[in-house]
Design a protein around this ligand. Structure first.
Ligand SMILES: [Mg+2]
Length: 226
């Protein structure tokens, strides 16, 4: 759809609630291929919060050298296969954030929708599709693929959109999302169900904060005048 504005969503914490089983699928690949266990589940403990970069960092730590492209690719393929098979078999059940489907439906046809996530886009797509949320987002779907911080991932989405910065809203739940939004000069909405996280988003410079997608819709309409 051609539109003069866009809303780009972070995925985890905004559209989906990242489940432990989904997290396990990522780390399972390291155990399966390299017998690596006990890896940090704190995504902020890695150099860059980006699946591709985290795979590189973990393999570097394990091998004591940079992983080869084939070694890196094997982790990605093992993770994606395990995740998608788990979703198909319903061993993994992605969970939408309350109100996410209604929000996307309310925005449909009024503005371009997309995602900028630190998850591999194939994984995010499979998880969103399982919740019936991928279709409206798929034309502007940007993920960890290609590496880099959220600011760079959002910049790739913006390059695809080709819209003025003030016609774009980005919604995220982490401090790296605030940095991405403010650093790229777009409207930023901080969204979290967690009160303390909302406070941290505000302290980092987020001027619009909400904890329910009814409010997210109001902020989007106000920011974009749609
Ligand atoms: Mg998030």
């Amino acid at each position: 759809m051609h539109s003069d504005s866009a809303v780009i969503f972070d995925v985890d914490g905004v559209l989906l609630d990242l489940t432990a089983a989904e997290e396990d699928a990522f780390f399972w690949a390291f155990e399966k291929l390299h017998r690596l266990t006990g890896l940090s589940r704190d995504w902020d403990s890695y150099r860059t919060r980006n699946d591709e970069d985290i795979i590189t960092e973990i393999l570097e730590g394990h091998f004591g050298r940079a992983p080869s492209p084939a070694e890196h690719k094997a982790v990605i393929e093992t993770y994606l296969a395990h995740l998608t098979q788990g979703i198909e078999a319903r061993r993994l059940v992605p969970e939408p954030i309350e109100g996410a489907a209604t929000l996307l439906a309310s925005l449909g046809g009024r503005t371009t929708l997309g995602v900028a996530t630190a998850n591999l886009i194939e994984a995010a797509a499979a998880r969103l599709a399982a919740c019936g949320l991928w279709e409206p987002l798929k034309d502007t779907g940007f993920g960890a693929n290609g590496g880099g911080a959220k600011r760079e991932i959002l910049a790739r989405a913006m390059a695809r959109l080709g819209l003025p910065r003030d016609r774009i809203v980005f919604i995220g739940d982490n401090l790296n999302d605030v940095a991405a939004g403010l650093g790229n000069g777009v409207h930023f909405i901080g969204f979290s169900l967690d009160e303390e996280k909302c406070r941290r988003l505000a302290a980092a410079g987020a001027q619009r904060i909400c904890n329910h997608h009814q409010d997210t819709l109001k902020h989007i309409e106000d920011a974009l005048k749609i």
